[in-house]
Design a protein around this ligand. Sequence first.
Ligand code: NAI
Length: 266
Amino acid sequence: MSSQRTAVVTGSASGMGAATAARLRAEGWRVVGIDLADADITADLGTPEGRAAALAGVGDALDGSLDALVTWAGLGGFPGRPGSLLASVNYFGTIALLEGLRPLLARGTEPSAVAIASNSMTCMPGVPLAVTEACLAGDEPAARAAADEAGSVTAYPATKLAVTRWCRMVAPGPDWAGAGIRLNVLAPGAVETPLLAATKADPVLGPLFEGFPVPIGRNGTAEELAGTVSFLLGPDARFLVGTVLVVDGGTEAQLRATDLPSPWTP
Ligand code: NAI
């Protein structure tokens, strides 16, 4: 019997998802990619039907078990893009995959999942928490309405904060750590991908982005973040559970030096 490990990677057609799929394949993993196009499974994770199709496709492609899941699929916030789209793709699309594939992960070998957030959740001011709260309440219509009201630019960090909080709440519990599945969150900073290129090219966001500090002196590469995923899925991360790994060249450390971590004051 083959000992090849299997990973599902969403957002596998572009940017960091594509780099992750390539990195894992080079390491010998079997990768099942999910994206809107150019993927093993084409599905729109922004809709209930698309999420169901993605889960059914994974079920058909696998033998009843899965070793890793990485949820890169996501949309950036842009003027003119409805916030509701981000609530549905970034939060509900991500959680549907995590919840839907968890039973397969429970039967995997040293199983692990990495959910993707963003350092914008702690480095952008004015996060509309109503969006985060509606997401965490599992109320997609309310989350979509709140995100439309906020607009996608600020809804973006709110959806990523919701993903992070959901993961932190369930990761140590019986369904995840208790079932032997490590769930962690990766929060990238500015990384050179088509998404960031579009941000830089936007007449409104581009100039704002210029002021976003990256202390190491350059943006990250998709391959660097793929390397971080490889670490998170691998044996050197066996004790990491519910961790939020910020990989951003020092942005969060510079902007939030003494705010985070936040000490416990019962
Ligand atoms: P990208 O735009 O290059 O890739 C995102 C992929 O997600 C695309 O292939 C796209 O088709 C797919 N996707 C979008 N909507 C989908 C849907 N409804 N169903 C299925 N697939 C869908 O972006 P990038 O930069 O590689 O971003 C990947 C993730 O990392 C996103 O979640 C993003 O929010 C996050 N991120 C990106 C940062 C950056 O600086 N590039 C910084 C922090 C987080």
